[in-house]
Ligand binder design. Structure first.
Ligand code: AP5
Ligand code: MG
Length: 192
């Protein structure tokens, strides 16, 4: 299996690039943000609780997202590999993911981290908030809270994978196509 983590702050382009990468490499896209929004859309108890936290721009509890990933890994036993988008976001999630993959006799092949300036992130998310209906995009305070959560709890997850020499950084500014090509170059050099 080839398992990829597409890493980066809110608005760095994880979702945009995930769609293109999963099509090209035949990977299963697992986005914890999308899974949570699907729970919200279905008005489940988990969704209702998660929405309160997401609307503040905070992270939902580790157990919740780890449980969702555990279920998703079991749902697609025959995939060529997974693309994790927005997960893991804490050291605890990273360690849990390692254990889950180990049980499946596989591991993370590479983490590709998108780098984008904070002002560009805010600009992108505020613009999307005008039309997307995503409640965590509509208020600049919440956008900045999401970025602050990333800086205080998530950015360090890259250090965990750096210690296994699994991290590559890719500039996430420029056209979608330019960034996609840069990502593919890094992935192709690691895929064999
Ligand atoms: P999640 O859904 O993961 O959102 P996020 O990480 O905050 O970021 P986005 O999805 O908004 O951005 P993205 O990097 O995917 O960029 P995109 O391609 O959309 O999480 C939402 C919430 O759920 C969290 O705040 C948390 O509460 C909870 N959550 C999720 N996972 C969790 C976890 N593991 N643990 C705990 N809590 C969790 O692009 C953004 C915009 O920019 C789009 O409009 C796009 O069109 C545009 N854009 C993309 N590329 C470019 C480009 N190259 N140039 C210009 N614009 C571009
Ligand atoms: Mg996303």
């Amino acid at each position: 299996m080839f398992n990829l983590i597409l890493f980066g702050p809110p608005g760095s382009g994880k979702g945009t690039q995930s769609e293109k990468l999963t099509t090209k490499y035949g990977l299963k896209h697992l986005s914890t943000g999308d899974l949570l929004r699907s729970e919200i859309a279905q008005h489940t108890a988990l969704g209702l609780e998660a929405k309160k936290i997401m609307d503040k721009g905070h992270l939902v509890p580790d157990e919740v997202v780890i449980g969702m990933i555990c279920t998703a890994l079991e749902t697609y036993p025959d995939t060529k590999g997974f693309l994790f988008d927005g997960f893991p976001r804490t050291d605890k999630q990273a360690e849990a993911l390692d254990k889950l993959l180990e049980l499946k006799k596989t591991t993370i092949s590479v983490m590709v981290a998108l780098t984008v300036s904070e002002e560009e992130l805010v600009k992108r998310l505020a613009k999307r908030g005008e039309t997307s209906g995503r409640s965590d995009d509509t208020n600049e305070g919440v956008i900045r809270a999401r970025i602050a959560e990333y800086n205080s709890k998530t950015a360090a997850v890259a250090d965990y994978y750096k210690s296994f020499d699994k991290v590559v950084m890719v500039k996430g500014e420029g056209s979608v196509e330019e960034i996609f090509n840069a990502l593919c170059k890094e992935i192709d050099s690691r895929i064999i």
